[in-house]
Design a protein around this ligand. Structure first.
Ligand code: NAD
Length: 487
């Protein structure tokens, strides 16, 4: 491990902070040969400058979906899947270039996952109840026009995943994407519209904004045509949407802990944790963010991690890094200073982050690990970068107590490596997360190497969980009293 003095570290921290800037400024909406309205000279379809116009267009899309057969909806979805597969690497490259976050190979895999494992119209099922008093039918009906807010971390993946589910359910959709990922998000909106047109659907099936802002989000949140809000993002935006007075689905922040006990297959745990933690440079909200490992297997786990691309830094280096990847910001509510993640470090390669404290490593290094105590900022904050703090614990009681605290009551995602079913069951029950992955990398929890469908909108706060088409429906009942039975 490279050794540097405290004075050197302080000097480097000063230089890096002044170079990076501490602000969370929005990105421009032009990236090389594409913008939020054009891709290589081709005008993107369904993109508006005015949210009211975007909503009106999405409403026309909704009317068209209502008028079409379920078979036709499925035909459009099949074409969306086909285009997503064939343009996965285009969107992956665009996403990395525009946001500066994540990895092209992993983003390509995420698009493939969305194309292959997002449920379509088969997810919409009706219920029938028969008895002495006849027949009652319950159907999953669309809400109408859905207003969707999408993040910068999985931008086009979320737009396409939401579109498939919302259209399968018979809704129209208007997006207010993250401004820092607007070009790739709008590319995905255009892809959905191209798919619709290609199989005879409406030219504009889903709509978006050329320059989304908080104001355009507000218009969306209060517009009478918007019947459902679906928000995928951090705590601020989820809170805002949930207090809008409309029906809302909130998919918010996580800080997934991992417990490793002394019955675990340590070789597999070391590899799985690094694979999960480094997937798309830790951008997925489900990715491993901190480890609680039994003291008697800690060194072995660290050794396995380092065999799988992890680079261990000292506690002094970890403190120096913390001053760079976390910056001061004023809490709008309390006026107090608090630490927030430096957006310029989110989703960066481990090699680039290490370079910020003067540590040069080869391209094989994909994760930075460090031993810390429970109170370290790396444990407490959702960093969304390939930095993984490791906290030693004496037993399962301490592991569960600390892991539950580190999850901060998000009830989002947690992971465990163990062969002790009592320990696994105790942690699962205590942490109460929407996703709990046992003995696998985190991404198994969204259908990547694990059973079950995928989503990029995991709605813990509002309870829909791993959202799919049926999450975007409202139940309607039709009663035929005293007849229509066949027995
Ligand atoms: P973010 O919170 O910075 O922004 C999300 C979107 O909300 C953007 O479009 C942004 O412009 C908008 N926005 C922010 N504040 C708003 C407000 N008050 N009113 C209206 N719009 C507002 O999200 P991000 O940084 O791109 O994503 C990272 C966060 O999202 C992490 O906390 C991550 O855990 C979470 N996330 C959760 C899920 C999930 O499925 N639960 C999925 C992806 C990301």
């Amino acid at each position: 491990m490279a050794q540097i003095s405290k004075a050197e570290i302080e000097q480097i921290v000063k230089q890096v902070i002044s170079g990076l800037g501490a602000e969370n400024s929005p990105k421009s909406s032009t990236v090389g040969e594409y913008t939020s309205t054009e891709y290589k000279g081709r005008k993107l379809v369904g993109i508006f400058s005015d949210m009211n116009e975007a909503i009106a267009a999405a409403n026309e899309g909704y009317k068209a979906v209502r008028a079409m057969s379920v078979e036709k909806r499925e035909e459009i979805i099949t074409e969306i899947r086909r285009l997503t597969r064939s343009e996965a690497s285009v969107m992956a490259e665009m996403g990395v270039k525009e946001t500066g976050m994540g990895r092209v190979d992993h983003k390509t895999a995420k698009h493939m996952l969305v194309a292959d494992k997002t449920p379509g119209t088969e997810d919409i099922v009706s219920e029938a109840k028969t008895g002495d008093n006849g027949l009652t039918l319950v159907e999953m009906a669309p809400f109408g026009v859905v207003g969707a807010i999408t993040p910068s971390t999985n931008p086009s993946e979320t737009v396409i995943c939401n579109s498939i589910g919302m259209i399968a359910a018979g809704n129209g959709v208007v997006f207010n994407p993250h401004p820092g990922a607007i070009c790739v998000s709008n590319y995905a909106v255009d892809l959905v519209n191209r798919a619709s047109k290609a199989v005879g659907g409406p030219e504009i099936l889903v709509a978006s904004m050329d320059k989304p802002t908080m104001d355009s989000a507000k218009i969306m949140q209060t517009h009478p045509l918007i019947r459902l809000l679906v928000c995928t993002g951090g705590p601020g935006v989820v809170r805002s949407v949930l207090s809008s007075g409309k029906k809302a689905i909130g998919a918010g922040a996580g800080n997934p802990p991992v417990i490793v006990d002394d019955t675990a297959d340590i070789v597999k745990a070391g590899k799985d944790i690094i694979d999960g933690c480094t997937f798309d440079n830790n951008l997925p909200c489900i990715a491993e963010k901190e480890v609680f490992v039994f003291n008697n297997v800690k060194d072995r786990l660290i050794s396995e991690m380092t065999k799988n691309g992890a680079y261990i830094i000292s506690s002094a280096q970890a403190d120096a890094l913390a001053q760079i990847v976390l910056v001061d910001a004023t809490d709008k509510k309390t006026g107090k200073t608090k630490k927030v993640v430096n957006r310029k470090c989110v989703g960066r390669d481990a090699k680039i982050i290490l370079d910020m404290i003067g540590v040069k490593v080869s391209d094989d290094v994909r994760c930075i690990i460090c031993e810390t105590d429970f109170n370290h900022l790396f444990v407490q904050e959702e960093l969304m970068m390939p930095i993984l703090p490791i906290v030693g614990v004496k037993d399962i009681d301490e592991a569960i107590e600390l892991a539950v605290k580190a999850e901060h009551g998000n009830r989002h995602t947690a992971h465990m490596h163990s062969k002790n079913i009592d320990n696994l069951s105790r942690f699962a029950a205590a942490v109460e997360t929407t996703i709990f992955v046992k003995n696998a990398p985190s991404y198994a929890g969204i259908g990547f190497g694990g059973e079950g469908h995928t989503t990029f909108t995991i709605a813990g706060p509002t309870g829909e969980g791993i959202t799919s088409a049926r999450s975007f429906t409202r139940k309607r009942r039709c009663v035929m009293a005293d007849s229509f039975r066949i027995i």
